[in-house]
Design a protein around this ligand. Sequence first.
Ligand code: SAM
Length: 246
Amino acid sequence: MRWTVLTLFPSVFDSICTASLFGKAVEAGVIQVRPVDIRDHAEGKHRSVDDSPFGGGVGMVLRVEPVARALEAVRADDPAVHVVLLTPQGRLLDQARVGELAGHAHVALLCGRYEGVDDRICGLVDEELSVGDYVLSGGEPAAWVVMDAVCRLVPGVLGKAESTLEESHGAAGLLEYPQYTRPREFRGQAVPEVLLSGDHAAIARWRRRQAIVRTAERRPDLLARADLSEEERVWIEQLGRVPGRG
Ligand code: SAM
């Protein structure tokens, strides 16, 4: 999968592209990341990319011309590229959208700065995406979030041991069950006995129930939409942990 990142800070992506799982996928050639410096598309002696907002107000605005030229160069190179503007005003990123993005062969992420990009850029992008209801100083951390989450779903990136099937926000729509490793006891807290039993069916049953309880307690909004059997719905209702029951 190809990523193009349009940014004023291309060097930020040097460390991202060598770190951890993402770095391994880049090294293996499964993921390609090409940062594009928006400033390379600015004109004039000072290669200025920002200006003060029309109508007054604080801060600066990223000018539309250099960003448009940078985007047009990316589209000229690959007309099938899917262009995403990162903005706190965009659609909220969730696992379903992550899955859809993983279906694109080439995604370009446009990172804003200052007070954002001149709004006339919106007509040149395919979608606007937010990574959460908070404001970052720039789109670069958001780009890393999007690339990392999508990369995990690209075939060949995760090993079998790191399957995404049972993870939080996975197919069942539940949070993941609690995980433990050595030591068996930590400051008086023992690992649940069933996990040491070697009884795989009992472990699977325990994990499923823990995932349901955990989701009910921490994210009742997710539980309402989760893929539960009738028996499981009755069971969690009896525990008094259905949404709205506290
Ligand atoms: N003035 C803008 C507003 O109030 O909507 C915020 C601009 S923000 C300081 C600068 C840049 O950071 C944005 O153009 C965007 O690219 C990025 N950014 C900030 N928060 C983000 C979020 N939650 N999701 C995605 N990108 C974000």
